[in-house]
Design a protein around this ligand. Structure first.
Ligand code: SAM
Length: 340
């Protein structure tokens, strides 16, 4: 169901951690919350297992414990409810990158049947890594092959953020034996592609200006001073983003890369992709993400006949979620790319 929230009460999103529960189990728990303030729970129209709630409901949900009533004691109904691990408060647009990468891998007939090795290049605090894990696990289960597993290599160069990433991966993916996450505190730019010869997909969500985040977006609109101050920073960021995307393209067996930012600046988005494509003209193509075929807002382009129609944009004022950019790249030899 599509929600209808106005600007002041824009919704909050709750991703069910399907490594540990089903959405039905979580919905049953949330429906059992006894409170004077009732709220309506929606299922998101674009992201599977994503619940949409009013902002006032999140504190209630996060503080909810189970165990008292007979119904709560019935594990079949409640699953293993723990607000720290059963759900993840993750904004809708931030769920797009993992969804796009898994939909590309699942749509590729050759990759679909193999064990998967993936990489999350700039991973902390791990929202997208753990989302990748949940979606990959679901895809492995659907394939019906018992031995099929997914390994995710997750990097972050910052020591403290890497520690947080490790803790969250341990807590959220714990118990799901279809997925293994190996985290490492390392600068992605120095990761040697030859050491990861079997990686097939990379999610790259590098540091960005955050200009699409709703609060920043509104702030920027009202401050030319801030915009001017940001020019030098923007140049540095877009150079790093370009280097990181170029590096991702150099992993020998990688077939798909999903590049994303929570920025609304073309300098960090479309321009970064074009700069990389210009350096590897025949190896990589922009492809549409199968999972977001019905998403209307696309990349910014001067003409209609460009690859921007395959890029995803999210408008922070129109789309009830933070501004975002997602671009999927496929190696030209890949099964999917050859069909474009
Ligand atoms: N994908 C994360 C998530 O959804 O939870 C958010 C990633 S955040 C936008 C960018 C991260 O990239 C930061 O944690 C930062 O420490 C990390 N980072 C920045 N430069 C890096 C580099 N050269 N190598 C690895 N990680 C880097």
């Amino acid at each position: 169901i599509t929600s209808t929230f106005d600007n002041d009460t824009w919704p909050r999103y709750i991703r069910v951690n399907t490594c540990q529960n089903t959405t039905q189990q979580v919905v049953d728990v949330l429906r059992s919350i006894k409170s004077d303030s009732k709220f309506t729970l929606y299922l998101d129209a674009h992201v599977p297992d994503l619940l949409v709630v009013p902002p006032s409901a999140t504190a209630l949900i996060l503080s909810h414990t189970v165990g008292d009533s007979d119904a709560d004691k019935n594990k079949k109904v409640t699953g293993q409810w723990n607000p720290q691990t059963s759900i993840v408060l993750q904004d809708k647009s931030s769920c797009f990158p993992a969804l796009c990468l898994i939909s590309l891998l699942s749509a590729d007939q050759q990759i679909r049947s193999q064990p998967w090795e993936l990489m999350d290049a700039c991973a902390a605090p791990g929202n997208k890594t753990t989302h990748l894990a949940a979606l990959a696990s679901h895809s492995m289960a659907k394939s019906g092959t018992q031995q099929k597993t997914c390994t995710i290599h997750a990097f972050d160069r910052d020591k403290q953020r890497h520690a947080l990433l490790q803790r969250r991966c341990d807590a959220l993916v714990n118990g799901d034996d279809r997925v293994i996450i190996q985290t490492k505190q390392e600068d992605f730019l120095t990761v040697d592609p030859e050491e990861y010869p079997n990686v097939r997909g990379i999610l790259l969500d590098p540091t960005c200006s955050g200009s699409g985040m709703r609060d920043n977006f509104q702030g920027l609109k009202h401050s030319t001073e801030k915009e001017n101050d940001g020019e030098e920073r923007l140049e540095k960021l877009s150079y790093f983003q370009y280097k990181a995307l170029l590096h991702a393209c150099s992993f020998p067996q990688v077939e798909y890369i999903v590049y994303s930012t929570c920025s609304v600046n073309a300098e960090e988005n479309e321009n970064v992709v074009h700069r990389v494509l210009a350096e590897s003209p025949s190896s990589w193509h922009v492809v549409p993400p199968p999972a977001l075929a019905h998403w209307k807002r696309r990349g910014q382009a001067s003409s209609k006949d460009t690859v921007e129609k395959h890029m995803i944009r999210v408008d922070p004022l129109e789309d009830e979620t933070n501004g975002f950019f997602v671009c999927c790249l496929a190696r030209s030899s890949s099964h999917l790319a050859s069909k474009q």
